[in-house]
Design a protein around this ligand. Structure first.
Ligand SMILES: Nc1ncnc2c1ncn2[C@@H]1O[C@H](COP(=O)(O)OP(=O)(O)OP(=O)(O)O)[C@@H](O)[C@H]1O
Ligand SMILES: [Mg+2]
Length: 337
């Protein structure tokens, strides 16, 4: 089923670096993956593994001193009944083509909602503007649609809240406004970066349901970045696991949970409480050590200094190739060679 869908976004060997006085941050260090039309691809990995920088690179909103230094971001769009492929890394980030894709065809829900909204426009003005980008409707009709979208994302008193400015909203309300803004253009690809972290579980469930509805109705694909493995289990079909700017495993969601291959994926799963498991009085295991800073990526497998399966002389020397472990499961680890 999933296989028959055409690829919508193919990221190949993407590298994004920040050139700072202290050194070069290798935030995204050769990431490859595909999002197919209409599917939800989950992205997991500890803090600092490059998930947000990867997402921002796709939208071409990484600001200097950050730069894409290698790789391709092939976006396959359908215009009329023509398929056309464009490498987003080749576009001028501020040019008309990239601006048209951004927000209209690919939109993003940011991890920090406040920073991505204009402080000097009411949320109504901002959502109406987003609606007007793709629809030629009267201001009144767009305003009405904005109110409805705000109601859809569970905004309390949408008629009234729509007139407010971002700084007048709570974190959760701001997040909902941003989700409404991202969804009102009915994008082909939604990049959701921790979209529901500031929300209570009821609102979270409502928003996840709304995303699934839009996906079924309009065939929207979602790149879903989250630390919440419960949400991954609920929302995604396939998952990529990132570590230090690399994808170390890619598999169907059930294989990630039931047959994780990479020692890093296994450690990630051990570090969260099982759904329904009592955690009271029980210490959660965490992965030993910390994510090293991304200035100097360890030689060999980037995870080897923290890996319980580390083979000296091998894992600390040569980076393992991308190996196919089974039909739908790929892993970057010598254990599967
Ligand atoms: N503007 C920036 N300037 C310099 N370094 C940056 C910048 N933005 C991100 N980085 C660095 O790039 C690396 C990847 O950061 P990123 O925000 O993508 O991580 P993440 O996986 O999204 O983490 P989290 O789960 O906490 O959101 C980190 O080492 C981070 O410090
Ligand atoms: Mg992030």
């Amino acid at each position: 089923m999933i296989k028959t869908r055409p690829p919508l976004l193919e990221v190949e060997g993407l590298k994004t670096r920040f050139y700072l006085d202290e050194g070069t941050v290798h935030a995204v260090n050769g990431v490859t993956f595909t999002v197919r039309a209409g599917e939800t691809l989950g992205v997991v990995g500890e803090s600092g593994c490059g998930k947000s920088v990867m997402a921002r690179s796709i939208l071409r909103i990484v600001r200097p001193p950050g730069h894409i230094t290698a790789g391709k971001i092939l976006y396959h769009r359908t215009i009329g009944n023509q398929r056309e492929s464009v490498d987003l890394t080749k576009l001028d980030p501020r040019g008309t083509e990239m601006r048209a894709i951004r927000g209209l065809e690919i939109s993003m829900v940011f991890q920090e909602p406040m920073s991505s909204m204009s402080p000097v426009h009411s949320i109504g003005q901002q959502i109406v503007e987003a609606i007007h980008v793709h629809k030629d409707v009267t201001k009144e009709a767009a305003w009405q649609e904005a109110v409805e979208m705000l109601a859809n994302v569970g905004m309390p008193e949408p008629q009234r809240t729509i007139q407010r400015y971002p700084h007048e909203l709570s974190g959760g309300m701001c997040q909902r406004a941003m989700i409404a803004m991202a969804l009102c253009s009915y994008p082909d690809l939604l990049i959701a970066d921790e979209p529901t972290t500031a929300l209570d579980v009821t609102t979270e469930a409502q928003i996840l349901q709304l995303m699934r509805d839009l996906q079924h109705r309009f065939g929207m694909a979602i790149l879903f970045i989250t630390h919440n493995l419960g949400v991954i289990a609920q929302m995604t079909e396939r998952v990529i696991v990132m570590y230090l700017g690399r994808v170390v495993e890619a598999a169907r969601v059930e294989d990630i949970f039931h047959r994780p291959h990479h020692p890093y994926t296994q450690a990630l799963l051990r570090s969260v409480p099982r759904l329904g498991q009592k955690v009271h009085g029980q210490r959660l295991t965490s992965i030993r050590g910390n994510v090293p800073n991304a200035y100097v990526i360890p030689q060999g497998c980037p995870f080897h200094p923290r890996c319980q399966e580390m083979r000296p002389g091998r894992c600390d020397r040569v980076e393992p190739p991308w190996l196919q472990a089974s039909v739908d499961q790929w892993v970057r680890c010598v254990l599967y060679q």
